[in-house]
Design a protein around this ligand. Structure first.
Ligand code: ZN
Ligand code: ZN
Ligand code: FE
Length: 765
C-alpha cells in the first residue's frame, strides 16, 4: 500500500489545552507514525500512513479538537517519507518574543465532574479537580511559556500519583499545569467567629452558614463572590444594606438547568449559553411564580443566572437545594477582591463567614454577562471565559494600546491581526480601579510580548483612563492618539464583522455619554463611518445637562430639561415635576434658561432617562442605566402600525432629531389613562421606526446600504428585536454586536482599530 507523509501546521489556541496528547491519541487510532510538538507559532505535526488514514486524522483533528482548543488554521504540506517506527511527542521550541495564545479560564468538564462525585475516585469531592480540558488558565499564569513554574501552582509540588498522570501522554492530565489532588494541591479553609475548619469540613460549614441566611464570602476562580440564599428575603436585604447596593440586580447561581427553570424562562439558545464552557451570567426573563427573593433584581423583568463553573461551586450547590446570590466580592465602586487577607479586611463588614482556599489568583477576572438576541450572544460584559481570547482584526495593523473609556473599562492590545481585549476592569473612578488597570496591563503585556507603537485614548479630557494614557505615552515616548467616543463605538461593531477599510456604514451610536468634537456631550448620533473617519449626519436635539452628574443621577431633571426644550409646561400632575422639589425646580429652570453650569447634550441615554421619569418609572438612579433598563423591562409588545407619533426631523446637515412630538404623545397617553407598559412599548416602537426612517433617508443620499448599531442603548434587546426586522425588510445589511459589548466595555477595540489604521496610513506615506 502506498504511504504518504504530511506536515500539519496548526495555529490558534492550541497550547496548554491538551492538544498534543489529543494528536497523539488520534495518531495511535489511525496507526500513523511521526511526531507532534509545540513551537512559537502553535503546534507542528508530521504524520506518515495511508492516504485514507491521513485524511481521517486531519478530519478528526479539525472537527473534534479538545474542548479548550480554538483552531484558527490548519496548513497541510506533503513531505518525502521518513519511515518512522512510532509516534512521539517532541520537546517544545519557543522563541523569545513569540506569540502564544492563552486560553481563558473555563468551566469544569464532564469527565472531571464525574470524578468529583465518584466515591471511588482519588479526587472525590476535591474542590480543585482539573484536567487539560478545563479549569483555570488566564488567572493563574504569570508568564509564558505556559509551564507550571510560571503559574501560581508552583508552590504545590506534584505528588507521585499526579506526576505520573502529568507525564503520561495518554492521560487526560498530560501537561495539565494546574493538576493537583487532595494529597498535593490547594485546600479549602472556612473562617467564622470561633470557627476555623479545613477541607470538606470547611465546605460543609459554608453550606450550613448559607442555609441559615447568613452571608459567606467565597473565593472562586477570578475573585471573591458574596453569597447568600437567593430565596431568603431577609438575607438578600441584609446583603444589599451591608454592600450599600440598594437596587442594582444581583446575579444568582443555581445547581443545574432544571433548577434554573424554576426561577426563569429558558429557551434552547439560552440553555446552550448557560451550559457553554464559558459559563457566563445569562440575563433571563423572570418566571411569574419564581420563589426568588423580591430584592434580587427589583424593577427588572430579567435576572442574571449562571451555572456552577468550578468544582467548588459544583460541590457547594450540589448538596444545597438552594439557588445562591453570587455577586462580586468587592466594596462599592472598587474592583473584585482576589486576595485572602484583603477579603478578610475589606469584606469584614459584609460577610458573616469566609470560604477561602490557598490557590492564588494572579489577576482578577469578573464573571461575564450576556443577553441572547435571536439565538446569538449579545455581550454585556466580556470577561471570564472569554478574555484573553483575541478578536480578529480586519487586517494586520501596527501594535497599539487602547485604554478604553471610563465606565466598564477594558483596554485593548493589538498584535498582528489579533486584538486582545482585557478582562472587565471596572469604572475608572478611583485609585483601586486604576491599580487594577495597571496590573492587568502588565500581565497582558508580559503574556503576549506586545510592544505598542502608540497609546490610544478617548477625546474626553477628564477620563482617568485618558490621563493614564498621557502618562504612558510620555513615559515610553510614544505618540498619543485621541479617538472620538462614538467613532470608536461604530468602529468596534464594524470590525467585529470584518469590514474592510474601504467600507462605509450608516452608524447609529445611541449611548449615554461621549465627548463631542464641539465639546458638547454626544450620545444620540448618526455617523457615516469608516475606520479612517466619520461625518455626523444626524443627532438628537440637544438639551442642557444642568448640573452635570446631578442630572445623570436624577432622571426627573432630564425629563424637566426635555419638557422645557420641547416647550411643554411643567404641569404638577406630571410625574417628574412632582418628583422634583420646588426649590430645585426653580434653580433648574434658571440653569436651563441661562445655560449656567449646563453642557448641551444630544445623549440618547439621557433621553431614555427623561422618558422613564416622565411616565413615572424611575426618577433617581442608584446604578448606571437603571432608568433605561427599567423602561425596557416594563414595556409591552404593542402593535403600532396605525400610529405616527414619531420624532420630527429638521434640517439636513446634520439632521436634527426633535423628540417633542414623542413627548407630547406620551403626555396625551398619560392623560388618557394608558398603562405605562403600553406607553413604554410605544416609545420603543417609535425609536425603531426612527432608525428605519433615518437609514432610508441616508441610503437615498449616499447609496450606503449597511447600518451599524452600537453604544450602550443597544444593550436593549427589545429595541433590537423591533429594529432588526424593519431594517432587514427594507433590504439593509445590519451590524450588531455578538462578541463585544455595545457599551463602553467594547470601546477599546474601536479605539485600537482607528489608531491602527492611522499608523498604517502614516507609515505608507
Ligand atoms: Zn476536566
Ligand atoms: Zn497529587
Ligand atoms: Fe459609550
Amino acid at each position: 500500500m502506498t504511504l504518504q507523509r504530511w506536515r500539519l501546521r496548526v495555529t490558534g489556541v492550541v497550547q496548554g489545552v491538551g492538544f498534543r496528547p489529543f494528536v497523539y491519541g488520534l495518531a495511535q487510532q489511525q496507526q500513523l507514525t511521526g511526531f507532534v510538538g509545540n513551537d512559537s507559532q502553535g503546534v507542528f505535526i508530521e504524520v506518515e500512513g495511508t492516504p485514507d488514514a491521513l485524511h481521517r486524522f486531519q478530519q478528526q483533528l479539525e472537527q473534534n479538537p479538545p474542548p479548550l482548543a480554538r483552531i484558527e488554521q490548519v496548513q497541510v504540506t506533503t513531505l518525502p517519507l521518513s519511515h518512522d517506527s512510532v509516534f512521539v511527542i517532541v520537546a517544545s521550541e519557543t522563541l523569545p518574543g513569540s506569540l502564544t495564545l492563552i486560553s481563558p479560564d473555563l468551566s469544569i468538564c464532564d469527565d472531571c465532574l464525574h470524578e468529583l462525585f465518584d466515591p471511588q475516585d482519588r479526587r472525590y469531592r476535591y474542590a480543585f479537580i482539573t484536567c487539560t480540558h478545563c479549569g483555570p488558565r488566564f488567572t493563574i499564569i504569570r508568564d509564558v511559556p505556559y509551564d507550571r513554574p510560571q503559574t501560581v501552582m508552583d508552590v504545590f509540588p506534584l505528588c507521585d500519583a499526579c506526576a505520573t498522570e502529568y507525564h503520561n501522554p495518554a492521560d487526560r492530565r498530560f501537561h495539565a499545569q494546574p493538576v493537583a489532588c487532595p494529597d498535593c494541591g490547594p485546600q479549602l479553609e472556612f473562617i467564622a467567629p470561633q470557627t476555623h475548619l479545613h477541607r470538606d469540613d470547611a465546605l460543609r460549614a459554608a453550606q450550613q452558614t448559607l442555609c441559615t441566611g447568613q452571608i459567606v464570602a467565597i473565593k472562586g476562580l477570578g475573585g471573591f463572590h458574596l453569597a447568600c440564599d437567593a430565596t431568603a428575603d431577609e438575607a438578600v436585604k441584609r446583603l444589599r444594606e451591608r454592600k450599600q447596593r440598594p437596587a442594582k440586580p444581583l446575579a444568582i447561581m443555581a445547581k443545574d438547568l432544571e433548577s434554573v427553570r424554576e426561577y426563569v424562562r429558558v429557551n434552547d439558545d439560552e440553555a446552550a449559553l448557560l451550559t457553554a464552557r464559558e459559563r457566563p451570567i445569562v440575563l433571563l426573563q423572570k418566571h411569574p411564580h419564581s420563589t426568588l427573593a423580591a430584592g434580587i433584581a427589583p424593577g427588572n423583568a430579567s435576572v442574571g443566572v449562571m451555572l456552577p463553573y468550578t468544582p467548588l461551586h459544583a460541590l457547594l450547590l450540589h448538596d444545597l437545594d438552594l439557588p445562591l446570590v453570587m455577586t462580586s466580592g468587592n466594596i462599592s465602586g472598587e474592583p473584585i477582591i482576589t486576595d485572602n487577607d484583603d477579603a478578610q479586611t475589606k469584606l469584614a463588614g459584609i460577610a458573616d463567614a469566609f470560604l477561602l482556599h490557598d490557590r492564588a489568583i494572579h489577576v482578577p477576572c469578573d464573571d461575564s454577562v450576556v443577553r441572547v438576541l435571536n439565538g446569538q450572544e449579545l455581550p454585556v460584559r466580556r470577561s471570564r471565559g472569554y478574555a484573553p481570547f483575541p478578536l480578529r482584526l480586519p487586517e494586520t495593523l501596527p501594535s497599539v494600546l487602547a485604554v478604553g473609556g471610563e465606565l466598564k473599562n477594558t483596554f485593548c492590545l493589538t498584535r498582528d491581526h489579533h486584538a486582545f481585549m482585557s478582562q472587565h476592569i471596572g469604572d475608572m473612578a478611583n485609585l483601586a480601579t486604576l491599580n487594577a488597570f495597571n496590573a492587568a496591563l502588565d500581565h497582558m503585556l508580559a503574556l503576549f510580548r506586545i510592544q505598542p507603537e502608540a497609546i490610544v485614548c478617548d477625546e474626553h479630557p477628564g477620563y482617568l483612563s485618558s490621563r493614564r494614557a498621557e502618562q504612558l505615552a510620555q513615559q515610553h515616548n510614544l505618540p498619543l492618539i485621541r479617538v472620538q467616543h462614538h467613532h470608536a463605538h461604530i468602529t468596534a461593531v464594524m470590525a467585529e464583522h470584518g469590514l474592510s477599510s474601504d467600507e462605509r456604514v450608516i452608524g447609529f451610536s445611541f449611548d449615554g455619554t461621549g465627548y463631542g468634537t464641539d465639546e458638547t456631550i454626544w450620545g444620540g448620533e448618526v455617523l457615516l463611518t469608516t475606520y479612517a473617519g466619520f461625518e455626523r449626519v444626524a443627532h438628537l436635539a440637544t438639551v442642557p445637562l444642568a448640573g452635570g452628574d446631578r442630572s445623570v443621577q436624577h432622571p426627573y431633571r432630564m425629563a424637566l430639561a426635555h419638557l422645557w426644550a420641547a416647550g411643554i409646561a411643567w404641569d404638577e400632575t406630571l410625574p417628574p415635576v412632582a418628583a422634583c422639589p420646588p426649590v430645585e425646580r426653580r434653580i433648574l429652570q434658571h440653569q436651563l434658561k441661562t445655560g449656567l453650569n449646563a453642557v448641551p447634550t444630544s445623549s440618547m441615554g439621557r433621553f431614555f432617562d427623561a422618558v422613564s421619569s416622565l411616565i413615572g418609572i424611575c426618577h433617581s438612579i442608584s446604578y448606571e442605566a437603571q432608568a433605561a433598563i427599567e423602561l425596557e423591562g416594563i414595556a409591552d409588545d404593542i402593535d403600532d402600525s396605525h400610529r405616527h407619533d414619531t420624532f420630527a426631523l429638521h434640517g439636513d446637515s446634520p439632521i436634527v432629531i426633535d423628540p417633542a412630538p414623542v413627548l407630547q404623545q406620551i403626555i396625551r397617553d398619560l392623560h388618557s389613562g394608558q398603562p405605562v407598559s403600553h406607553i413604554a412599548g410605544h416609545f420603543h416602537n417609535g425609536l425603531a421606526q426612527l432608525i428605519l426612517t433615518l437609514s432610508e433617508q441616508l441610503r437615498q443620499r449616499t447609496t450606503i446600504n449597511t447600518v451599524a448599531l452600537s453604544g450602550g442603548i443597544f444593550q436593549n434587546v427589545r429595541l433590537l428585536r423591533l429594529t432588526l426586522p424593519l431594517l432587514h425588510d427594507a433590504g439593509f445589511r445590519v451590524l450588531t454586536h455578538h462578541h463585544l459589548p455595545p457599551n463602553d466595555g467594547g470601546l477599546a477595540a474601536g479605539q485600537a482599530i482607528i489608531a491602527g489604521y492611522q499608523l498604517k496610513q502614516t507609515g505608507q506615506e
